[in-house]
Ligand binder design. Sequence first.
Ligand code: SF4
Ligand code: SF4
Length: 226
Amino acid sequence: MERWEELKNKIIEWGGSDVGFSRVEDFLPESHKHLKWAVTVVFHLSDQIMDDISDGPTLAYFHHYQTANALLDHIALRASSLIQEWGYRAMPVPASQIIDSKESIGFFQHKTAATRAGLGWIGKSALLVTKKFGPRVRLATILTDMPLPEGTPVEESGCGSCMVCVKSCPAGAIKGENWFPGIERSRLFDHEACSACMKEKFGHISPGKVCGICASRCPRGRIHKR
Ligand code: SF4
Ligand code: SF4
């Protein structure tokens, strides 16, 4: 079995719902360009908890969101350790860690690696919309110099004329444009309006971190398997 197959099997065994591989050196700072491959770990959130979000986040959703992030961090840590044992460099990128609070972004955009791996596109909501689970996912990434088979990048939005998240957002933060690779996030979504609304309306539930309405209402995530 190839190393990448072994890695993928381990990630699924440890609780991941899906795995993607991509090449990402163009999106990394000079200091980290040698970690040119990315492993994207996907966790499929509970459909019941997502369905229960109607006009705002629930306590169950807030807890689930944090638990999913913790699991993803754990999986990324174990995967990085395994890759390192095989003689390569590996760096886990946390599921949710903001290093630029003004822009609300982390060291590396998980969504970028996910689209390059072919897992999905960026929705009008600025969330990753996966082909398998819609936007009902959390993500982590492992950057590595271990060669991996690249997926086929997604180059265009699958949202089409859908406007469900645009109409559902209580902040009016989603602008309604379709994503394409390289589009500035500000053309899709006003993150300051989103953050302000979450703090004002839902701060008592989730300290202003998660709302979940756009992720819950997206029809691409509402295709349940029985
Ligand atoms: S998280 Fe809530 S406030 Fe932010 S864009 Fe989505 S629906 Fe709007
Ligand atoms: S609700 Fe519609 S427009 Fe918004 S992300 Fe989902 S498919 Fe795209």
